[in-house]
Ligand binder design. Structure first.
Ligand code: ZN
Length: 173
């Protein structure tokens, strides 16, 4: 009698362990993979970004700073390839859309579709449109419309900080 009760108890304990072993790790796996996906986007805290980015990148990308005109690595750069977000590596611009605006920052007439968000920015007493990486929310620069750039399809100039982007060459192999 006592033995039987012990058997039943131990069986039910074993079953619980079995259930837990099979369900919990799997659900945790799904949970954590969703978490890490989101971590690539807008979920990172400013403290995390401060560790990931250099102080200059943090100032510009997270605190919406601006690099001095004419100082940027890609201002007059003409390589063929893709410009990715310097913070999260998402492709933002292709080199074929880069043009020499003479403004002192890299200029693109359009982004890769859906890669860049824009939002009204009334800081510094100016009425501008800020552009950010759609994936991580990092500050890129500003977009100016209707300046009269005849060779650009939508007459837009995406004025982007070199610090906010990272060039990747085409045909790496
Ligand atoms: Zn990004």
């Amino acid at each position: 009698m006592l033995l039987n009760r012990f058997k039943i108890l131990s069986l039910s304990v074993q079953r619980n362990i079995f259930v837990h072993r099979n369900l919990i790790p799997l659900s945790q796996f799904h949970h954590s993979s969703n978490l890490s996906d989101r971590k690539m986007s807008k979920e990172r805290s400013e403290d995390e970004w401060r560790v990931i980015l250099s102080p200059e990148q943090f100032r510009i990308i997270r605190q919406k700073g601006t690099e001095p005109p004419g100082s940027g690595e890609y201002n007059k750069f003409k390589g063929k390839g893709i410009y990715n977000c310097a913070a999260c590596d998402t492709p933002l611009y292709v080199s074929d859309t880069k043009f020499d605006s003479g403004c002192g920052w890299p200029a693109f007439f359009e982004s890769i579709p859906g890669a860049v968000n824009s939002k009204e920015d009334n800081s510094l007493g100016m009425k501008r449109t800020e552009i950010t990486c759609a994936a991580c929310g990092g500050h890129l620069g500003h977009v100016f419309k209707g300046e009269g750039w005849k060779h650009t399809p939508a007459d837009e100039r995406h004025c982007v900080n070199s610090v906010s982007i990272k060039f990747s060459q085409e045909n790496k192999e």
